[in-house]
Design a protein around this ligand. Sequence first.
Ligand SMILES: *Cc1c(COP(=O)(O)O)cnc(C)c1O
Length: 436
Amino acid sequence: MGDRPVDPRRRIPRTDVLLADPRLTAAVATLGVARVKALVAAVQDRARRGEIRPEDVPDEAAARVAAGAGGPRPVVNATGVLLHTNLGRAALSGAAVDALCAAAGHTDVELDLTTGRRARRGRGALAALAAAVPDAAAVHVVNNGAAALALAATGLAAGRQIVVSRGELVEIGDGFRLPDLLVSTGARLREVGTTNRTTLADYAAALGPDTGFVLKVHPSNFVVRGFTSAVPVRELATLGVPVVADIGSGLLAPDDLLPDEPDAASTLRAGAALVTASGDKLLGGPQAGLLLGDADLVDRLRRHPLARALRVDKLTLAALEATLSGPPTPTWRALHTAPEELRERADRLAAALAAAGVKAEAAPAAAVVGGGGAPEVELPSWAVRLPERYAVPLRLGDPPVVGRVERGHLLLDLRCVPAERDGTVRDAVLRLRRDG
Ligand SMILES: *Cc1c(COP(=O)(O)O)cnc(C)c1O
């Protein structure tokens, strides 16, 4: 009885011992102690679960911290831009993060466990997408929105013509121009109409045996006003050739808050043969390109040799499925949080900071969708307003808090900050106060 084996968990090195490891010194300086502790804790957890041996914990922790030092760092998005491309666009839901972690090992991504045979890759995600948009006869998922469009252009119009309005030859951002992408596939652009006005007759006059499809692009990051006209999908669908609609920001169904933002279901119902969209914009999921529509067209694209080069990995498929079938995403919540709730949070946060001697006050603000969606839509929001000199140290803090500078002040807009992170924001500011 006396010789009970030592519980292996008791042999797991303690955090203070690990932090004293000289291999972690530099990382603590760059990452901050909180982040290094979190990385170390994850390794200790793996040892507790028996996934690694307790004696391997120091080496494993050093490796994890070394890897973490260069990797993308989690930041608090207090910019008031829901889908900030520089901040990784949509933040995944807890359900999507769990699914992604669960899929990190071996999974049945392409195996039917009941028969032991090969199965359609990512069928769970595809089924969830099809269920979310019943108007789509078939669906496919590729690496991002640009890949979806490139696949459509290659598969349906290489060596042929894509008919598109001059008002829809857009640049998305960072020098990415849609017409350049389309031409790179070997398709030819047949531009019709003018920058401000294009009519159905312009399209009709351009059609011929060489037409691959008519393309409708949502000019997602600008609006044209004044003497304008554009042809809706409903009318383009009468032309007798397939209409491919690049809706951009990726709503699957209409959202009352964004009445001018196109959605996949309505666009298909209006007669589009194929809709392409991004998974990490308003859908609030992982980076992905969605193709929805006519069964024959989608099937042709799915079987095209290029499809293999644009294939999504198991992590994306897992996160996409969980996004589609799970609870509301952080993006949806950020969009739909009532301004009064944001005001209360801003009041509370500003009061806590002011009590500690920080020159902080709650201030109304205007958030935006961003990421090429709903240009000109201002989402009424509330921010904590600080002197501008807080901007840089907060951005360099741990975790970095990224706000927006407006007229000599730093605004920490709470619309994209999950309520449970308010304490993180408060502590980040207070830490600076303490440090002088
Ligand atoms: C964002 C966007 C794209 C590109 O999608 P990615 O997922 O960023 O590749 C294409 N078209 C439109 C209209 C967009 O808004």
